[in-house]
Ligand binder design. Structure first.
Ligand SMILES: NC(=O)c1ccc[n+]([C@@H]2O[C@H](COP(=O)([O-])OP(=O)(O)OC[C@H]3O[C@@H](n4cnc5c(N)ncnc54)[C@H](OP(=O)(O)O)[C@@H]3O)[C@@H](O)[C@H]2O)c1
Length: 342
């Protein structure tokens, strides 16, 4: 058995507890990953509050992770034991139940199509912060049919998705002008992400902005107002559900490792920077506090969980489940990619 955060009924964060969950074994197309860092997303608490996606209890929450491959199924071709990988392990697009074993656990199972190799220049914490938010952010540009040279107005530029949308607009999709909203304390931060102008919504109602934009990207669900700053016929994309205006286009993430691979050059050259909320990373035992903070709706970038308990074990808790290093050595550091004799 391994340590995991889990819940056995829907409810507030108090239903969460640390418990024991069986070690996963890989299906032919799956890998087993020792989680080094995870990130929280609003869907993790929305799912915990009510049955949005039917799940069997106990549920181990968490979609995003970065870690080290410790074992793999027979059909896995792209990854090897020891590889550093990251991804969103919950495939919301597949017509199957979500995995019971989410990423707030020491070891998880994930299909190879859902993950990518971690760029070496980013940490496990940074990598874990990206997958679900960046998959969502990218999809909004596709939904809008966004073209380089167009202008974009971003409602909510400071959160997990918004902080990536600002960066993608400028540095990946070639927007000619980027304007984003946020509250007073976050104005300088959103400017530092590349926004040409920031509308401080504590001081200015963005309905009063006179300029009109080619694309309205709404992270908050405020589309009634967004149409006011959109050019006639310009796409207004809302990622909140249900969308806040009947004419807004709802955009939902596509879960795949391929999106992460495509963004790799931008992560390597620093044009896309992971943003970890400065209140964290939260240690594994502080997950309830991390949820409390995320649920305030005020996070700046991503709420990250790290380290995980298996990292500090003196011996390998995964022994006997096909971990090469542990099979060949009597004791291992718990660092599967780089086992050492203790
Ligand atoms: N459709 C999909 O596939 C998909 C995927 C991921 C997320 N979502 C949804 O998208 C929403 C955003 O997700 P997230 O992960 O980015 O959430 P998040 O990180 O919790 O967002 C927090 C940010 O929202 C900002 N904010 C709150 N009210 C605001 C307002 N009125 N105007 C401007 N900014 C405001 C806050 O900034 P201030 O403190 O400055 O207000 C904070 O920085 C959530 O509802 C989530 O469920 C949908």
């Amino acid at each position: 058995m391994q340590k995991a955060w889990l819940y056995e009924e829907y409810g507030p964060k108090e239903v969460l507890r640390v418990g024991e969950f069986p070690f996963p074994s890989p299906l032919p197309d799956q890998l087993i990953v020792q989680v080094r860092a995870a990130a929280l997303n609003p869907i993790d608490f929305k799912r915990r509050l009510c049955p949005i996606f039917p799940s069997d209890f106990p549920v181990v929450p968490g979609c995003d992770m970065a870690g080290v491959v410790v074992s793999k199924g027979n059909n896995v071709t792209k990854f090897d034991v020891g590889d550093e990988v990251y991804g969103n392990i919950q495939d919301f697009n597949a017509q199957v139940k979500l995995k019971q074993l989410g990423t707030l656990a020491e070891f998880i199972a994930v299909e190879e199509s859902l993950i990518a190799k971690k760029p070496p220049n980013i940490s496990f914490e940074e990598a874990a912060s990206l997958p679900l938010a960046v998959q969502t952010a990218v999809e909004g540009f596709i939904t809008a049919g966004f073209k380089g040279g167009q202008t974009v107005f971003i409602v909510g530029g400071a959160g997990g998705v918004g902080s990536l949308v600002v960066q993608l607009s400028k540095n990946v999709y070639g927007a000619s002008r980027v304007v984003a909203t946020c509250s007073t304390p976050k104005v300088e931060f959103v400017k530092s992400l590349g926004a040409d102008e920031v509308v401080d919504y504590w001081k200015t109602d963005y309905e009063d902005v006179e300029e009109k934009f080619d694309f309205l990207y709404d992270m908050i669900g405020d589309c009634k107002k967004s149409f006011v700053v959109a050019k006639d016929g310009a796409p207004v994309v809302d990622i909140t559900y249900p969308p806040s205006h009947q004419r807004a286009a709802y955009s939902s993430l596509k879960v795949s490792g391929e999106i992460l691979d495509r963004l790799r050059p931008y992560l390597e050259n620093g044009k896309l920077k992971p943003v970890i909320d400065p209140s964290g990373p939260y240690a594994f035992m502080d997950v309830v506090e991390a949820f409390r903070y995320l649920e305030t709706g005020r996070a700046l970038g991503k709420v990250v969980i790290s380290p995980f308990p298996s990292q500090s074990f003196n011996s390998c808790s995964f022994r006997g489940v096909n971990c090469k290093n542990c099979i060949s050595k009597s004791r291992c550091s718990g660092n599967f990619g780089d086992a050492i004799m203790l």
